[in-house]
Design a protein around this ligand. Structure first.
Ligand code: FAD
Ligand code: DHB
Length: 391
């Protein structure tokens, strides 16, 4: 097989890149190790930044966001006895959208199918070769057991945190940073109308809790739990009780509605960056290059921002033989990556229980400042609603 751009991974980064390249007439083939059904069913992120929505709309992928997404002006930040609304629109003129990653993924699948783009699912033993040459290629075993070779001009690693692309960069040519947090999230999806109009991020002595949503009838909620937590130890009743305590702490007149839990999982949290995001004819995008803890809702948005930068760079490289944007890709992308790394670490550190009583007082002081000072609130709003693409 031969194509112009071989894309490893059919998550949001890979499928969106294929879509943006096709809009400029550049061919690609996406190679994905999981089945189509598995990729479609993964429950992950839920918030799209302002610029992600603008990009998806401009790429012709906005119809379902406009029809089924929910625009939010801001978020609530709370701690026992206090709940404050931060209005991002008033503060920085930008909003966010509740629109699940599963929906983004479904829109991208539908667009790929309608256009007849090639996505190879259930590929095993995916390996990247000759990345320093002008003729890189990807090999894999397809679902029938046949060995395949995909020749390309460029390979893009969109294969998330566990794919082979990141480590295809020789050790001497890469630098990495990592932070593992001493806590995880227990996330649930429940068939119950949200008990709030906008997301609630709650600091609580028992641990962080968050109330998000997917629709008018489906809620998404998270609880801070110790690393190594087994979901089997958390019955539905125990989960609702902990959520009610942490989210309801001294919030008079407010009650958490409960309902049938349809999904339950534990997510470990870490920060990770590998740079540069380019090695020869290999480019990295999304989780393949960087991971953030989920508290700032940045993972999916950062994947979209990478690809928004990379697509025009590859079009220039392949169509005009102009490498200027491709050469600048890593450095330009990493500016936003590190901003989001910092914001995600900051939100995480402000809201989770981990240190001693002194740390708790610092966190509460920070929360009071962020919710009472316009400058403090605007800083959070600017980062959460997302900096413009090209920042
Ligand atoms: P991914 O979505 O991970 O896609 C990578 C793709 O590559 C996958 O389809 C994978 O199967 C494929 N792949 C892996 N190995 C290979 C291989 N060898 N060959 C070919 N393909 C391969 N972010 C938030 O903002 N909020 C959240 O609540 C949130 N929750 C999350 C929960 C979980 C369990 C995880 C893992 C992530 C979560 N994230 C969340 C992060 C967010 O989902 C990611 O940042 C986002 O999916 C990044 O998109 P991506 O396309 O770069 O990577
Ligand atoms: C969701 C996840 C997040 O990490 C976040 O910060 C906001 C919302 C969600 O799954 O809805």
């Amino acid at each position: 097989m031969r194509t112009e751009v071989a894309i490893v991974g059919a998550g949001p980064a890979g499928l969106l890149l294929a879509h943006l390249l096709a809009a400029d007439g550049v061919d690609s083939v996406v190679v994905e190790t999981r089945s189509k059904a598995y990729v479609a069913a993964r429950i992950r992120a839920g918030i799209l930044e302002h610029s992600s929505v603008e990009l998806l709309r401009s790429a012709g992928l906005g119809a379902n966001i406009d029809a089924h997404g929910d625009e939010h002006r801001g978020i609530y930040l709370q701690w026992p006895g206090e709940r404050h609304h931060l209005d991002f629109v008033d503060l920085v003129g930008r909003s966010v959208w509740v629109y699940g990653q599963t929906q983004v993924q479904a829109d991208l699948h539908a667009a790929a199918e309608a256009a007849g783009r090639q996505v190879v699912y259930e590929a095993q033993d995916v390996a990247l070769h000759d990345l320093e040459s002008e003729r890189p290629f990807v090999t894999f075993t397809d679902a029938t057991g046949a060995e395949q070779r995909l020749d390309a001009d460029v390979v893009v690693g969109c294969d998330g945190s566990f794919g082979p692309s990141r480590s295809a960069v020789p050790e001497a040519k890469r630098e990495t940073w990592e932070r593992v947090y001493p806590y995880s999230w227990l996330g649930i999806l429940a068939d119950v109308p949200p008990s709030t109009d906008e997301l609630i991020y709650a600091w609580h002595p028992d641990g962080f809790a968050m109330h998000s949503m997917r629709s008018a009838t489906v809620s998404r909620l998270y609880l801070q739990v110790p690393n190594g937590t087994d979901v089997a130890d958390w019955s539905d009743d125990r989960i609702w009780e902990a959520l009610s305590t942490r989210l309801g702490a001294s919030q008079e007149g407010w009650e958490l509605r409960t309902g049938a839990i349809t999904e339950k999982s534990v997510l470990p949290m870490r920060s990770f960056v590998q740079q540069p995001m380019r090695y020869g004819r290999l480019f990295l995008a999304g989780d393949a290059a960087h991971i953030v803890p989920p508290t700032g809702a940045k993972g999916l948005n950062l994947a979209i921002a990478d690809v928004a930068l990379l697509a025009p760079a590859l079009v220039s490289l392949l169509r005009k033989h102009d490498a200027t944007l491709a050469d600048a890709y890593s450095e330009t992308a990493l500016r936003r990556v590190w901003r989001c790394e910092h914001f995600s670490w900051w939100m995480t550190s402000m809201l989770h229980q981990s240190g001693d009583a002194f740390d708790a007082q610092l966190q509460l002081s920070q929360l009071r400042w962020v919710t009472s000072s316009t400058a403090g609130a605007a800083g959070l709003a600017e980062n959460y609603a997302g900096l413009p693409l090209g920042f």
